[in-house]
Design a protein around this ligand. Structure first.
Ligand SMILES: Nc1ncnc2c1ncn2[C@@H]1O[C@H](COP(=O)(O)OP(=O)(O)OP(=O)(O)O)[C@@H](O)[C@H]1O
Length: 307
């Protein structure tokens, strides 16, 4: 396994009176995808910016490829790719011409034509960045982050606002990077993205890690299958529990959203719907299945992940 790609220990970062990151520790393995999940304002971007060397920690340590990203920034730059949320590309840059230029600055760049094809950037040869659509700008920023064949890439919400086809192309590129041994750190609000792509998920809230593990471990730890529905807030869950077999759990992780966990089967489903009927509650969006990362997240933070 060797040295991790990133090692953050007890990181603290404040903006005046706001403590954006509050004692956060995480490790990013090489050749794996690590997703950092969390609600708005959780401290994801600040953490990533400390790893990128854009911000100096107030306390704690950050090591990237064994180096200090602030002090050794010049040594890390050719080895680390960064895709920022807001482009980070000069507005006058011209499409794939810019990409070819950046590729020439690197010793072993990726094949530009293949990258252009993969991300659907053909036909943008001299189009100025500012004239591109949001999705095109995003895909170009991604291409610029990876064209130098970095050992580590940071992707901040790489698929936000992309159409399904571009999203899929981005996912396939991330998978290809991992297969090439690249360490990928991505921040996202999309549970399905984390479940599909990540080997390791780090859930951040209030500037701290509240849970971490593989998607499979996070979704199976401590719970059986789940039944979910939404309805009016503050239902009498103690009453519902009395109707359920022993060992079941019922909770309202977010206002008006209910989660029943226990040995799932037709009997449990019938008991819950009968209880709802007896209380005049229409269980909207009723579903049964494995817990999703979204459920785990709601339970941990009481908040929806999406903005
Ligand atoms: N430059 C800044 N100056 C002051 N406060 C900031 C600054 N950047 C972030 N913050 C605050 O720090 C906290 C963490 O913000 P951060 O952007 O790291 O969170 P995030 O998890 O990336 O959120 P989002 O999902 O919205 O991007 C928030 O309370 C935010 O308002």
């Amino acid at each position: 396994m060797g040295l991790p790609a990133v090692e953050v220990v007890d990181l603290v970062k404040r903006y005046g009176a706001v403590t954006a990151v509050d004692g956060l520790s995480l490790t990013v393995a090489r050749g794996a995808v690590t997703a950092v999940l969390g609600p708005n304002g959780a401290g994801k971007t600040t953490t990533v910016e400390c790893c990128e060397g854009y911000r100096a920690p107030d306390a704690g340590t950050v090591r990237v490829l064994g180096l200090d990203p602030v002090r050794d920034g010049h040594r890390l730059r050719p080895r680390v790719g960064v895709m920022l949320q807001q482009g980070g590309v000069y507005p006058s840059s011209r499409g794939t011409e810019m990409l070819r230029h950046v590729a020439r600055l690197h010793a072993h760049p990726l094949d530009v034509d293949a990258l252009v094809e993969r991300l659907g950037l053909g036909g943008l040869g001299r189009t100025p960045y500012r004239r591109m659509s949001g999705g095109q700008q995003q895909r170009l920023a991604l291409a610029l982050a990876v064209v130098g064949r970095p050992e580590l890439v940071f992707l901040d919400e790489p698929t936000a606002g992309l159409d399904p086809q571009a999203r899929r192309a981005t996912w396939e590129l991330v998978e290809a990077l991992r297969a090439d041994g690249v360490a990928v750190v991505l921040t996202t609000h999309h549970m399905d993205e984390a479940e599909r792509l990540a080997d390791h998920v780090v859930v951040v809230d209030h500037g701290r890690v509240v849970a971490e593990g593989s998607p499979a471990v996070l979704t199976t730890t401590g719970a059986e299958d789940a039944l979910r529905f939404s309805g009016p807030p503050s239902l009498d869950l103690a009453g519902l529990l009395l109707a359920l077999p022993e060992g079941c759990r019922a909770s309202e992780p977010a206002r008006g959203q209910y989660l029943v966990e226990g040995p799932m089967g037709p009997q449990l489903l019938a008991t819950v719907t009968a209880w709802c009927a007896a209380h005049g509650v229409m269980p909207e969006g009723l579903s049964v299945g494995r817990r999703t990362l979204e459920d785990v997240f709601l339970e941990l933070t009481g908040r929806e992940l999406r903005a």
